[in-house]
Design a protein around this ligand. Structure first.
Ligand code: SAH
Ligand code: SF4
Ligand code: F3S
Length: 459
């Protein structure tokens, strides 16, 4: 039995994978510990999306090297995208690393830990498993037991991998091609999570609008199935999904979101750039005009939807005019928020192989800061228009900054801060009705006008 501490970098898919890894370890009799100093095994779940993400993993690994070298019983391992990307090479180059498991192999964690312990008296072989799961490997695409889930938010992967080949992106290399899971299994997993206490479940896929494209299904059909089979009798309040590709998001999907009360009016639809030539060089598969049309379609069907975007600034060849087109998009689109990244060439990707990283870092920084400032102004203006408006907020718990205040999120995924419930009461996991009193770019400050316990008195 080992005491394992998991450290997670990267996106929500990685956070989910860490949760599944923890569940698998616990099933095999190991203990997952929150405190690193109590652990005899540390596993990093890693990200490769930008150089910075890889550097952070390497420096954290280096910081544990002395402990690994001093204690023969201590195990150090990595899983996730960085592990998949460098595979055996990592094990060769980092002598203090005991094992590395790729993105479709991490459910082998217990097997690997047990093997290393069995062989400990001899000189154990380092363990590495990468690439698509073989016939006898644990079923990464199958349903996962979720009985141990804690917390009111849960995540379920509906598909893994990505068939797009955006020229800058490492994800298809490290996560493989798209594989959608069967709808019934997903619905059963959502149901299990809700029965274990999750009130909000987020469905995850790198390009979630492509769900089911290989077998004539669709994300809209999946949402309807989950809504009817995992919603009514489980306490599930909200269903979300990320990430939407602007090319694939359909009117049918947006209408389904409008028609199903439980599905939150929130879209993460990364534009990446507002300039058509740059979008072409990125191989995104849409023009600026087509992106604008998708935005207009969402606003028409669901005027109160929250829309969030990602942007990459300083892509190879991005001129000032291209950047200004991105700036123009951010000024006009009224995103709830935008995640902005400086282009980071990923070795082996088409843009790194064929284009020179020709925008100087100082210029990338300037564009990054400028775009952040534009989005912040947009968010402030938007926040001001919300004063006096009412929202249903899924209450999460005490605010980190002030124990007398609570936080939660609106359907649009905006953070709300409101007065704590009376002593001895808890609103955790309940819908609280609030009215906005003031707003900053990222937070709404509200007063409570009701909660679902008041609206539905017990009889
Ligand atoms: N599947 C999602 C996003 C995956 S990666 C999608 O298709 O949008 C998350 C974000 O990281 C991307 O939206 C992009 O903005 C950013 N990103 C990806 N590769 C990058 C790179 N090489 N340099 C900088 N940012 C990058
Ligand atoms: Fe990467 Fe593009 Fe796939 Fe998103 S859609 S994961 S950016 S290749
Ligand atoms: Fe990073 Fe892998 Fe997610 S590269 S962003 S952890 S899919």
């Amino acid at each position: 039995m080992r005491k394992v501490h998991l450290i997670t970098f990267g996106c929500q898919m990685n956070k989910l994978d860490s949760e599944l890894a923890a569940e698998t370890l616990a099933d095999a009799g190991h203990i997952v510990v929150d405190d690193e100093s109590l652990a005899d095994t540390v596993v990093f779940n890693t990200c490769s999306v930008r150089d910075h993400a890889e550097q952070r993993v390497l420096s954290r690994l280096a910081s544990l090297k002395p402990r690994r070298l001093a204690d023969p019983d201590f195990r150090l391992g990595i899983m996730g995208c960085f592990a998949e990307r460098y595979g055996e090479e990592l094990l060769r180059k980092l002598p203090h690393l005991d094992f590395a498991l790729g993105t479709r192999q991490f459910l082998r964690l217990p097997e690997v830990l047990e093997r290393l312990d069995r062989e400990a008296s001899a000189k154990p072989e380092k363990a590495g498993h990468f690439g698509p799961a073989g016939a006898e490997s644990p079923g990464i695409h199958q349903s996962h037991p979720r009985a141990r889930h804690q917390g009111i938010q849960g995540f379920v992967s509906v598909m893994r991998g990505c068939d797009n080949r955006c020229s800058y992106c490492i994800v298809p290399d490290v996560r493989g091609g798209e594989v959608s899971r069967p709808a019934e299994e997903i619905a059963a997993e959502v149901r299990a999570l809700a029965l274990a206490g999750a009130r909000e479940v987020t469905l995850l896929g790198q390009n979630i609008d492509a769900y089911g494209k290989h077998d004539n299904s669709s994300l809209a059909a999946l949402l309807r199935l989950i809504d009817t089979t995992a919603g009514p009798d489980t306490g599930l309040v909200r269903l979300r999904f990320v990430t939407s590709h602007p090319r694939d998001i359909s009117r049918e999907l947006v209408e389904t979101v409008r028609d199903l009360d439980r599905v939150a009016a929130h879209f993460h639809m990364p534009a990446q750039s507002g300039s058509t030539p740059i979008l072409a060089a990125m191989r995104r598969g849409y023009t600026r005009e087509e992106y604008d049309d998708k935005l207009a379609m969402i606003r028409e069907v669901l005027p109160h939807a929250g829309i969030v975007s990602d942007f990459i600034v300083g892509f190879p060849g991005e001129t000032e005019a291209d950047y200004l087109a991105t700036r123009d998009l951010v000024e006009k689109a009224h995103f709830t928020t935008s995640y902005i990244f400086k282009y980071s060439p990923r070795p082996g990707t088409p843009s790194a192989l064929t284009m020179r990283d020709d925008v100087p870092d100082s210029e990338k920084k300037r564009r990054n800061n400028d775009l952040l400032a534009v989005q912040s102004t947009v968010s402030s203006t938007r926040g001001a228009t919300l004063i006096g408006r009412r929202f249903s907020v899924l209450a999460e718990g005490e605010s980190n900054r002030n124990a007398r205040r609570w936080t939660g999120r609106t359907e649009q995924n905006m953070i709300c801060v409101f007065d704590a419930p009376p002593e001895g009461d808890t609103w955790r996991g309940r819908l609280v009705e609030v009215e906005v009193e003031s707003a900053t770019p990222l937070t709404l400050f509200c007063r409570v006008v009701g909660n679902d316990a008041q609206e539905q008195p017990e009889d």
